[in-house]
Design a protein around this ligand. Structure first.
Ligand SMILES: Cc1cc2nc3c(=O)[nH]c(=O)nc-3n(C[C@H](O)[C@H](O)[C@H](O)COP(=O)(O)O)c2cc1C
Length: 489
């Protein structure tokens, strides 16, 4: 990583998933693996290549999967490097600190005008269209990702497209899809997620809900589908705005929904009120097989569209560090920052959802304190805004001299600027997830807010002890004189 916070150039538009893979290979960040089995081997390889990663694990393209034709591939580990996240977002590739890319993305979002998709008549996604008896989702090398999963999951790095029955906007959310048989898949959507609100609205009216499930697509769409964008903002429009060109879409033959013309695999399906099947168990994002295995609404598959030699995209999660940690660290944190802005919290300098948490389980906000109570303002908004609230556990606020993305510095602040009696607030009965091994009856959770800033009165009166550090002047002198020592940036 560079020290200057990033070069001014944007990274070039990679086009679609295949263009992204080419770029990633040219960056030296792609591993090709042939012969791994769909039964737990691909998931284990990715886990083992990622678990000790400090943001330098590769993306992995699997081919020659036993039982499947050569060319029917899977892609794992999209986002386990900052450079690949940056490539995906169209941002400069190099950063000094992790929070610098969040800052850059946050600035980009502020000036973004959403751009609706453009309907086209043809595209590679129409190269193969399966209907009726031809439908079989196991045509693709669908993995059993973790050893204790009892089923294969086709949807992990996916985009589930649903339509709000009132306002008509299309949401894209990443919600997992278990395979029951070639024509029946699951769709686990947690309470409060946009796709769930859409489904609840249809079912309350006794109506079925049409969906499109993309299970191979532009990594940008996956990243946005897995990020907490605000209600009413379609990820398709947001992606168009970020790129500066609309996403080309064809109209789904069954649903009429927009389907990205360069997607790899799209499944049109329907959820019917009252029709449920037992779903799970599945290795979950908090690192446990903690989810309840209960009946959940499933999807009846109506058509399958796919490109020749399709790539199934995968992101099974596991004990940290996993390959979605940086996605949540960067795209999730930028949305919390946006919410802090929207609530008028001044002087926010950084936000980071720590990979080891993961995500909102450990969020740090860095501020320049301006007034008494500023730290608590930031804490409560970060912990309770839509993008920060889901399944949170620890929210910490630190001063401007602490890098929110550096766990050593955050820990130091928590150990030296925090008093356990006065600097803790608790939130009870918050928006939880049954993926949390400690969720409370009624599916709530409790969480803790930590004010690890120097008490404002002490800061104002300059009464907090000075930090033992090397001054900026002496650092510059030493670097000039002893540059051959190659001090780390
Ligand atoms: C790899 C991955 C898998 C996910 N799986 C699920 C899931 O199965 N169900 C769910 O409700 N959320 C899941 N999420 C989280 C949602 O995608 C995320 O909360 C997103 O913001 C939801 O979109 P929405 O805000 O439009 O509802 C997953 C996230 C990732 C990164």
């Amino acid at each position: 990583m560079k020290a200057d916070g990033g070069s001014p150039q944007q990274s070039e538009d990679y086009g679609d998933l295949r263009g992204w893979i080419e770029r990633v290979e040219a960056m030296g960040e792609l591993k090709r693996v042939n012969g791994a089995h769909w039964d737990a081997e691909m998931g284990a390889i990715t886990h083992m290549l990622t678990e000790k990663s400090r943001g330098d694990a590769p993306a992995i393209l699997f081919d020659e999967i036993p039982g499947y034709p050569k060319g029917f591939r899977t892609l794992y580990g999209h986002f386990s490097s900052v450079r690949r996240v940056a490539l995906t977002l169209g941002l400069p590739l190099e950063y000094g600190r992790k929070v610098d890319i969040v800052k850059r993305y946050h600035e980009r979002i502020q000036s973004l005008t959403p751009l609706p998709p453009r309907y086209v008549n043809d595209g590679p996604i129409l190269e193969n269209v399966l209907t009726g008896d031809q439908i079989d989702v196991l045509k693709f090398p669908v993995p059993r990702h973790h050893e204790r999963d009892t089923a294969r999951y086709i949807g992990t790095a996916n985009c589930v497209i649903t339509k709000d029955p009132d306002a008509g906007w299309f949401n894209l959310g990443t919600y997992r899809n278990q395979v029951y048989d070639g024509k029946t898949i699951g769709c686990q959507i947690t309470e409060g997620k946009h796709g769930r609100i859409h489904r609840d609205k249809y079912f309350e009216r006794g109506e079925s809900m049409k969906v499109v499930v993309l299970v191979g697509q532009d990594p940008l769409l996956f990243m946005l589908a897995a990020s907490p964008l605000p209600e009413g903002v379609s990820e398709l429009d947001f992606a168009g705005g970020l790129r500066g060109r609309p996403v080309d879409v064809v109209r789904g033959p069954y649903t009429g929904f927009p389907i990205p013309a360069h997607a790899e695999i799209a499944i049109e399906a329907e959820a019917v009120p009252g029709k449920v099947l037992k779903e799970g168990p599945f290795g979950e994002w908090m690192g446990y097989y903690s989810d309840d295995t209960v009946p959940r609404p499933y999807l009846e598959v109506k058509t399958i569209l796919y490109r020749n030699n399709p790539i199934l995209t995968c992101a099974p999660q596991h004990k940290p560090v996993d390959e979605t940690g940086l996605l949540k660290g960067i795209a999730g944190s930028a949305q919390i920052w946006r919410a802090l802005d929207a609530c008028g919290i001044p002087d926010v300098l950084g936000v980071w959802n720590h990979e080891g948490g993961p995500a909102t389980r450990f969020t740090v906000v860095q501020i320049r304190q301006r007034y008494p109570g500023h730290a608590r303002n930031a804490l409560h908004v970060a912990a309770n805004c839509q993008s920060g609230a889901y399944a949170g556990k620890w929210t910490v606020v630190v001063d401007d001299d602490i890098d929110a993305g550096d766990l050593d510095q955050v820990l130091w602040a928590m150990c030296t600027r925090f008093d356990p009696v006065t600097d803790i607030d608790l939130i009870q009965k918050a928006w939880a997830s049954k993926r949390d091994p400690l969720f409370l009856p009624g599916n709530f959770n409790n969480r803790v807010l930590i004010d690890a800033c120097i008490p404002y009165d002490m800061k104002l009166a300059n009464k907090f002890p000075p930090v033992v550090d090397v001054s900026a002047d002496l650092r510059a002198t030493i670097k000039a004189k002893f540059g051959f020592l190659n001090f780390p940036e």
